[in-house]
Design a protein around this ligand. Sequence first.
Ligand code: MG
Length: 208
Amino acid sequence: MQGRPVYLVEGDAGNRKITVPADLAWAEARLRDEQSGRRLGAPADGGAWRVGSGYDIHRLVEGRRLVLGGVEIPWERGLLGHSDADVLLHAAMDAILGAMAAGDIGRHFPDTSPEWAGADSAAMLRKVVQMMKDQGWQVENLDATVIAQQPRLAPHVGAMRERMAGLLEVEPARVGIKAKTNEGLDAVGRGEAIAAQAVVLLRGRKGA
Ligand code: MG
């Protein structure tokens, strides 16, 4: 006893004592992991990255509005679905939910629920984004592909990026959207449907 106050400090299970050669091999492996983490630019605050992917397809029919990426596109047909059937936002939602291992859009917005009948998919995405933020995550970037034989989507991609960036609460530079045809192949190529794929990277705070 030296008459000094005693403090408790939080330990770290990773702070292992090096005694035998096997401990050294463990320490070297840990160092390698940390260095590769730095190369990847792991969040400095000890947070984490999570990647998620999403896919969706909806049938094209007459008498429906065509809404893609939250933007209404003037065309003779639209996508059929319980909500407004915005395949691009649906794929984005599934990517975010997937990154959080939180199930899928069908679980959160059942197509048997009258609440989501004819729903604006942007409102659904806002709910998913809120859930994501509540769990300590934010979007680092999102990249998506829309596959549609018709109409030509290139003139609308800018508006879709702006709209999706707003919904995801990031700047448009973090949202990629590519529009492709299906080269005339399969149902999408015959113009019977539009499909979309999305990949998202989430950045989480420590403990997320
Ligand atoms: Mg869908």
